[in-house]
Ligand binder design. Structure first.
Ligand code: PNS
Length: 161
């Protein structure tokens, strides 16, 4: 039984994340989308909002569940009995950071493997940071996030469209 976690901040979930979730759910038996409760980061959406938005987008995929976690990823993985981490690689600029995290996690727990999926070409430029930057100026984010989220994101910047 292959149980994996797709961890991240998901602030907010982008179409690139959705693509990663759909594709990785086909590779493993069970996929947990783990939303990091990072109190140090000033997030646009609360933890509860982020979890509920991801649930909204994944409730039709039977082997995907959504949870949140605090602290070290490898510790949380022990709790939920998962040993695979899924991460997306957009460009070579992601590689150094991702490699460092993957290796650190494996030093911490040798049973943990990280699987990198290359992001689909149409989302290779996309990040939650870009979405927030664009939305904050009232830019068109319809190609970046699920349609259901567009108004909710603008609302965070007091923008009504
Ligand atoms: O979407 P992000 O913000 O790039 O996700 C980063 C994430 C959540 C995968 C990473 O920060 C993480 O795993 N944080 C939990 C703390 C931890 O285990 N850190 C170890 C890395 S050395």
């Amino acid at each position: 039984m292959k149980k994996a976690i797709y961890p991240g901040s998901f602030d907010p979930l982008t179409l690139g994340h959705v693509d990663m979730i759909v594709r990785s759910s086909r590779i493993v038996d069970e996929l947990v989308v783990g939303v990091l409760n990072n109190s140090a980061k000033n997030s646009l959406f609360s933890l509860a909002e982020r979890v509920s938005m991801i649930k909204e987008m994944t409730n039709s995929i039977p082997n995907v569940t959504v949870t949140s976690f605090d602290g070290l990823l490898v510790e949380y993985m022990k709790e939920i009995d998962a040993n695979i981490i899924i991460r997306g690689l957009r460009a070579v600029t992601d590689f150094e950071y991702e490699l460092q995290i993957a290796q650190t996690n494996r030093v911490q727990n040798h049973d943990v493997e990280t699987i990198f999926l290359t992001t689909s070409l149409q989302y290779s430029y996309l990040s939650s940071t870009i979405v927030k930057e664009f939305a904050s100026y009232g830019g068109d984010i319809s190609k970046f996030v699920p349609p259901e989220f567009i108004d909710r994101i603008y609302a965070k910047y007091d923008i009504s469209k």
